[in-house]
Ligand binder design. Sequence first.
Ligand code: GDP
Ligand code: MG
Length: 412
Amino acid sequence: MGGDRIKRRALLILRKDNKFDNKSIEELKELAEVLYNPIKTVVQIRKPDPKYQIGSGLVEKLAEKIKEEDIEIVIVGNILTPSQKYNLAKKFKVEVIDKIELVLRIFYKHARTKEAQLQVRLAELQYELPRAREKVRLAKMGEQPGFGGYGDYEVEKYYQKVKREIATIKRKLEKVREHRRIARKSREKFDSVGLIGYTNAGKTSLLNALTGESKESKNQVFTTLTTTTRAIKGIKRKILVTDTVGFIDDLPPFMIEAFLSTIEESADSDLILIVVDASDDIEEIKRKLKVNHEILSKINCKSPIITVFNKVDKITEEKKKRILEELDRYIVNPIFVSAKYNINIDLLIEKIIDNLNLSIGTIETNNPKLISYLYENTEIIEDILDEDKHIITFRAKEKDVNRILKLHKIIA
Ligand code: GDP
Ligand code: MG
């Protein structure tokens, strides 16, 4: 992307307990690429080492590599204790971060709203709190730069400072949330459709296909965390489509809040599209669908849902059948599409209209106020001028159409 500064050269390390440990170096790499330039990846299978997390033999070898390859940052795909982090940094002589810190940095960079920023900061502090004591203990031993010469009193003071900031942020969050409730009211005349789903399912591609945009979607986790008002093809009515950050597995509980706030806006829509990669294994699809529904219920989402199985170009008829049969319990309103090859996108648009509960009404009027109201708040399908009368056919939410027709009868 233009304007990005050169990304720092990164070494990625992942420790797995055994062959069946499902931590994935591919996922780590995909995450790391958002902010850094991964030069090399290393996976080690062994039990965790208390001093370094990975084995000390490997640490020595990697220290060499880091020098040779001009590595600037090391990212460990496990969760490090402060002392492991410190010990690794001392050996490697470059910055060392763990998966949590990586995800926090990505969230932070992509937090567009004040609320999301606060949530991310809160997650950061909650991660920091139990570590604050150990951090300062290391500092007291003169071993953590930036914290030199602190005594017991300072240890407590630092700990209290983190706690106070947590309280302040929670108060600010309350205020911001109130603000959002008010903002939502003002955009109610739009219909809104929210896209949610795992990273790489094809949410951004689908947004582009629905709106007829041809912006290339990179294979990137966090290309979008923005809300855009875009018209869906073939519907004149403005539909607010929200794309979101993808789900990530293994988020520790304290980060879920930060994550939820980034998707809450999407889920707060008239209609939800759960986007699924249909080329995943059946078991994988099942697991992801479950998580999708769990998250929606956690944020108390009651909107209608369409389950969009994307990448239909990559699967057989047989697989389609299996998905529908075996995952029946987890599927609401299914449709198979390809965002990339434009398969069934028109059908999906029809489905969206059906599920938005849009309806059509016709009114004969010469009341300029009513005419301008219709033009501003509904989709005008036809406007026939007959003598001095307009015969207007319009589309709007079912309840609005009924309301307008009723009101018109009363006035007329
Ligand atoms: P997001 O992370 O959910 O926003 O997913 P993206 O829209 O970024 O897509 C992830 C990857 O899947 C990209 O490499 C896309 O080109 C690819 N992709 C998206 N839709 C399709 C599709 O219908 N068929 C195939 N074969 N690939 C697709
Ligand atoms: Mg995307």
